[in-house]
Ligand binder design. Sequence first.
Ligand SMILES: [Zn+2]
Length: 381
Amino acid sequence: MKPTIETLNLFKLASGDEFFLQLYQFIGKKRNKKVYIQSNLHGSEIVGNAVISQLIDFLSTLKKSELEGEIWLLPVCNPLGTNQRNHFFSSGRFNSYDGKDWNRIFWDYEKICHNLDEFVQENLKFDSLTIQENFLQQQKIAFSKQLEKINHPSGAPLFEQYRYQLQSLSMDANYVIDIHSSSNQCIDYLFCFPGEQENSAKYFQIDYGILMDTYDGDAFDEAFMKPWLALEKKFEKVGRKINVDRESWTLELGSGMKMNPQSVTIGVKGIINYLVKKGVLKLEHYSLISNEITLVSRQNIRNYYAPTGGMIQNRLSLKTRVQAGDKLYEILSFNKRGYLPEVIQVCAEKDGFVFDVSTNYSVNQGDYVLALCSINLEHLC
Ligand SMILES: [Zn+2]
């Protein structure tokens, strides 16, 4: 099966140059379900591009009959972010023009959908599938106002035009997968919404997940999922359980500015396994794998910031287990007051393991140094 390749115009620059997105679509026999996968929304988080490239290779080997639904893949989904540099380093987390985080800009229907009670009453008589179709139509009508605004003579700022592109590609999907990594160095993990979705998390073959019991606001995964979760809740309130066939995932595959082969393999295998579980891929002789995943609350992740300026030394490596009071790292701190340099020790506040570490070993006071996940895991020695 060959993908349909579509090139979409994104922006035109002052110089006359233009940015494009390129979408790869695999269409199965039926078009009953849609999967949308994108990568590199944050500019330094390039790992997902390798994952998508390998998924394209894999899907190209399949017969049309092995795909039930359609899979849309959008690698390098943020060309402005991907190309951004500070000296040798890719940054690309924030739009350098307006300072906004590229993953906190998305249009969230849940925030403006004020007639949900009315919608529930009008739709009680329908089955789950029709309810979802009606809700999606309502969401699309509200979203189309965004395009009207963009097309007005007064226009819209760049971030609104950009999010319109990505969300118009993904809004009607059943399953959305947004592939990121740490900006620094990190283990592989995923973000999971509480509820039904927790049962699916174990099919990604990733060992850790953060349960999204609080929201950062306007992230891509949230903007997709929050309206559906609100819908589900409203129906539950009137005693009706509807089966919303929508899931939204952010995969965090390892470190920034890298495509660690192990993280790439985990991403590719996990996504294929998940799509088999969801009935999108019908692969003969495939045995589904599910593994234990430890889901922790966001509150379990504690960032450590440098108490003073200096150079980081003797820092514990990723996954090292610690107990409260154990030394995490030292700061070699210089001064301009006539004293010798000193070494300052920083210790763990709680038991846990090293979850993420900064790439830069030189810190100003208040710079990020590492993150601890405060759970005790026996196998993480
Ligand atoms: Zn990211």
